[in-house]
Design a protein around this ligand. Structure first.
Ligand code: COI
Length: 335
């Protein structure tokens, strides 16, 4: 049995070797290249494919994999917005994903972004570098007592809600079209997204990017928010309308933003430039130079535990499918 792995990063080699050592009956080959129509043929001879990328999976690349006789496809991450499910169904793929590699990784990161914004860490860092160790005028705000609105309360959003409520003593409210029974007893749910937008001092979004949710937070939604709201996005860039965000920051409606994802992140994140000025992207340039915006390059997920689980869970599921066994996390691509 052979599994071909696309887009393998250096830090994934060690956990992959550990998986291989525990699964000597599987022949594993890999490339650092992501899956595109130019690289798809590398999987020739494999029974299954495992991939991870933020770039979309093209129909042509999937067609080539299908023509190689491969139908078992596993991704090492949770977000599935890079797929057109129709393509997967047309070519008869069974897809697995890793929905719970480490919700804490992302939820903790989101909470750090809140803390760094409210305590004005970027400004203090700049002052420190220039030898200015004075407090004034960089006074902060506390999370305790603030109303934190959590949009989306799946695995990640629910951990974030608990951190904010029980760790920081925030007044947490949440909105989800499908409330999480594990949170019902906290009495945090509001009935509508509008109610959450209107009441929150800090809003953190933790939903997948379904096509209907593109620009869920647009100018209209931002207009409903409190003046001086803080926005956190560790989910998908496409959920937040960049121009509306920039307008909100310019007007002061939005007091600050913590962004681990950007709609235009492909081509920027996971690359190295001589300086941030060398990034040829207007939106990035606009946001990157603000003291009240913190950008992290899609690193919220990036912990040792998460990377280990992403490799193990995806490889286990791919092997299970090839062996005719039940995989743990099959995606319903027909929904
Ligand atoms: C995901 O799991 O979907 C992420 O956003 C992590 C990233 C490595 C793609």
């Amino acid at each position: 049995m052979k599994i071909y792995v696309f887009g393998l990063r250096e830090d994934e080699i060690e956990p992959l070797n550990q998986w291989k050592a525990a699964n000597t009956d599987v022949d594993v080959e890999y490339t650092a290249d992501i899956l595109t129509e130019d690289t798809a043929n590398l999987a020739k001879g494999a029974d299954g494919v495992v991939a991870l990328q933020t770039q979309p999976y093209s129909r042509k690349a999937l067609e080539i994999i299908h023509d190689l006789g491969i139908s078992k496809f596993s991704v090492r991450n949770v977000g599935l917005d890079g797929f057109n499910f129709k393509d997967l169904n047309d070519f008869g793929f069974t897809l697995t994903y890793v929905p719970v590699y480490s919700p804490n990784a992302i939820a903790e990161h989101a909470s750090f972004l809140v803390g760094r914004l409210l305590r004005r860490v970027p400004e203090f860092d700049k002052k420190f570098q220039s030898g200015n160790f004075k407090w004034f005028p960089t006074i902060g705000t506390e999370i305790s007592g603030k109303t934190v609105g959590v949009i989306g309360t799946g695995h990640i959003g629910s951990v974030f809600a608990r951190i904010m409520k029980f760790g920081y003593g925030a007044n947490v409210i949440a909105y989800d079209i499908d409330p999480n029974p594990a949170l019902e007893n906290l009495g945090i749910y509001v009935d509508t997204l509008d109610e959450l937008l209107e009441k929150s001092d800090i809003i953190s979004i933790h939903t997948p990017l379904a096509p209907k949710d593109h620009h869920m937070l647009d100018a209209n939604a931002i207009a409903k928010m409190k003046n001086g709201v803080y926005l956190i996005n560790c989910a998908r860039g496409g959920l937040l309308d960049n121009q509306a965000l920039i307008d909100g920051l310019d007007s002061g409606k939005i007091a600050g933003a913590g962004l681990d994802v950007l709609e235009n992140e492909n081509g920027i994140f996971q690359n190295e430039f001589d300086s941030i000025e060398a990034v040829d992207d207007e939106v990035f340039q606009n946001l990157a130079h603000r003291d009240n915006v913190i950008i992290t390059p899609h690193t919220a997920f990036y912990t040792e535990r998460a990377v280990h689980n992403m490799i193990f869970d995806s490889m286990n599921d791919n092997k299970a499918m090839i062996s005719g066994k039940k995989a743990k996390n099959i995606v319903d691509t027909h929904k």
